[in-house]
Design a protein. Structure first.
Length: 333
């Protein structure tokens, strides 16, 4: 098949390499807002350059991957959908949840496949955890713990437009919690602190956050996030049930140091970025998108799924501001 890729920054260039290596992709058309970047990436991966997103869509592509800046996501998704071309788009759908809802309505009416980039759904351990929950291996859940800790803060310019830690970072936890447990969040209580760089407080954000989520069956979920984990990139999920307990992320590349006498775990080099932590998942995610393009499967992460994670982020952001629990119905529009 012939695929297009719009946006060739860090994640876009990473996707270009993955797409170029997929056997099912016969040709790749690429575009970036910076012409020199378009030319460089096209040359590196043997892709065809396109001067504009419109030119790319007119180049006979079967599907398009969007990795451009967030503000461009709505227009690019809708341009592809209006052309009848399936779309893979990195999260978020839009800068605001309200704009995301508007995009969702258009996508639903068009009936064109749209997949949003939540790569944890394609990680082998998260898949195993979901299977264990669905198969009843854990009994009924009582506690879930989800963690995402970044090794270092993002640039100040990024923080200023990120929408805050819950919308930018924790949203990955929120999506995977819904997906693994099969349950919905009904209430949140969130808090946060700033003990690092002043740039977070200046942007109205926090550098460390915690949230307690209550699921619709009474399961309690504890979510922990921070921009300061210099040992590495730490992503884990624990699920504790009436019959058993399991964990995702307890492996030799876990960026955590044990001080138990004689302990040799973890023994490997700590994960340093989302790329090395989820490299196979990113490939599997794009392989799944080629199946969506070919009509072999529905979207494995729909706009509706992404919006649900977004609403949880909205509720946590509101809870942080108001210093109280927030029911989900308070923030939905």
């Amino acid at each position: 098949m012939r695929l297009g890729l719009i946006g060739l920054g860090r994640i876009g260039a990473f996707h270009a390499r993955t797409l170029a290596d997929l056997p099912v992709v016969d040709s790749l058309v690429v575009n970036d807002a910076v012409a020199a970047v378009t030319a460089e990436v096209a040359g590196r991966f043997g892709a065809e350059p396109a001067e504009t997103p419109a030119a790319l869509l007119a180049a006979g592509v079967d599907g398009v991957v969007v990795a451009a800046a967030t503000d461009a996501h709505p227009s690019l998704i809708l341009a592809a959908v209006d052309a009848g071309v399936p779309v893979f788009c990195e999260k978020p759908i839009a800068r605001t949840i309200q704009d995301g809802v508007a995009v969702g309505r258009r996508v639903e009416a068009a009936g064109v496949g749209v997949q949003i980039g939540y790569q944890r759904r394609f990680d082998a351990a998260f898949l195993a955890a979901r299977s264990a929950v669905a198969g009843g291996e854990l009994g009924w859940l009582h506690t879930v713990r989800s963690t995402t800790l970044d090794p270092a803060p993002p640039p100040a310019a990024y923080v200023a437009v990120s929408g805050g830690i819950f919308r930018d970072c924790s949203v990955h936890d929120f999506d995977i919690i819904r997906w693994v447990t099969g349950r919905e969040v009904v209430e949140v209580y969130a808090t946060g602190s700033n003990r690092g760089d002043a740039l977070f407080a200046q942007a109205g954000d926090v550098d460390t956050a915690a949230a307690v989520l209550t699921l619709d069956d009474g399961t309690l979920v504890l979510v922990s996030n921070s921009r300061y984990n210099p040992r590495g990139y730490d992503v884990r999920l624990e699920l504790h049930g009436s019959k058993d307990s399991i964990a995702v992320g307890l492996e030799d590349h876990l960026p955590l140091r044990s001080v138990e006498p004689g302990a040799g775990f973890p023994a490997g080099k700590p994960h340093q970025s989302f790329v090395d932590r989820f490299l196979p998942a990113y490939r599997a995610e794009l392989e799944a998108f080629t199946d969506v393009v070919a009509g072999r499967r529905p979207s494995p992460c729909t706009v509706a799924d992404a919006l649900e994670a977004g609403w949880i982020a909205e509720a946590c952001t509101t809870s942080l501001r108001l210093h109280r629990p927030v029911r989900m119905e308070e923030v939905r529009t």
